[in-house]
Design a protein around this ligand. Structure first.
Ligand code: OAD
Ligand code: ZN
Length: 256
């Protein structure tokens, strides 16, 4: 199966990728679903909705502070690095992630230490970034270096609204510019890699479907079967931290 995936990748010039929590699992970031998943222990409607924030902003901030703390201690893994290693194989490459952990960005920055991160325009963080903040009322971004004190939540400098994490919560729209571009990139891709996502949350899970409708070959990498598995051209079962470096190594073998 891996040979088939390498063959498809080798013959494609335009590659789009969608990642989910599974790619960060080997960095010890908890996934959402499954036995050990966050949504097995916590209720999303009490922590990841605007209603929850309005009703109890303290609890929501405590939860996000805990996740920020956890994410400060983690590093990208071999899967994150392998994706950037693939970039040079293609004429056009777009990495779209549902993850808010910033590990794709961190992996890129550690490879490109002298380059400003503003050039990283082929990374689309569909669900936002856990380290960013914005106003609940006017949406103005709020740069704060300090942790948020849940008992004294900072206010927006522009309108006085409460500051919230700049991530997409249940029931919220994704940033229209970001999701529109994600669909355009998906439709233009010749190969679409889906890595470590349960493919249950839309619109992200619609991206590979759209890509396939427009002619892309879909390659799925996941420990388990998902709703996409049957529809993918190739499914590779296993850990992304092992399979992705193997793909890169075989691709480089061809290019050598
Ligand atoms: P999930 O937790 O739903 O799914 C994680 C997927 O990764 C599962 O299909 C696992 O089988 C797979 N997996 C786990 N470890 C893996 C590994 N080492 N290698 C390969 N695959 C592995 O996470 P997402 O699909 O990312 O939304 O969830 C989507 C969205 O739901 C999240 O972005 C979040 C959540 O609610 C928001 O916060 C808006
Ligand atoms: Zn405001």
């Amino acid at each position: 199966m891996i040979e088939r995936a390498v063959d498809i990748l080798r013959h494609s010039r335009n590659c789009a990728i969608l990642t989910g929590a599974g790619i960060s699992a080997e960095s010890n970031v908890p996934t959402f679903r499954g036995k050990e998943g966050l949504w097995g222990k916590f209720k999303p409607e009490e922590l990841a909705t605007m209603e929850a924030f309005v009703a109890n902003p303290k609890i929501v901030w405590e939860w996000y502070n805990w996740r920020r703390e956890l994410m400060r201690s983690v590093q990208p893994n071999a899967g994150h690095y392998a994706l950037w290693d693939m970039e040079k194989t293609f004429d056009h490459f777009t990495l779209m992630t549902q993850n808010v952990d910033g590990l794709h960005r961190q992996a890129w920055l550690s490879r490109n230490e002298n380059v400003s991160d503003t050039v990283l325009d082929n990374l689309l963080e569909l669900h936002g970034n856990i380290n960013a903040n914005k106003c609940i009322d006017c949406g103005t971004p709020c740069d704060l270096d300090n942790d948020i004190d849940p008992k004294n939540i900072p206010k927006c400098a522009k309108c006085g609204g409460k500051i919230r994490p700049d991530v997409v919560w249940f029931g919220e729209m994704l940033d229209p510019d970001v999701i529109d571009r994600a669909f355009v990139e998906s439709e233009q891709a010749e190969v679409f890699l889906v890595v470590g996502t349960s493919a249950l949350v839309h619109p992200a899970a619609s991206l590979p479907v759209s890509a396939k409708r427009y002619g892309a070959a879909v390659i799925e990498i996941n420990l388990e079967e998902t709703p996409l598995s049957e529809f993918a051209d190739v499914t590779l079962r296993g850990k992304s931290g092992s399979i992705l470096p193997e793909l890169v190594s075989q691709l480089n073998g061809y290019n050598a």
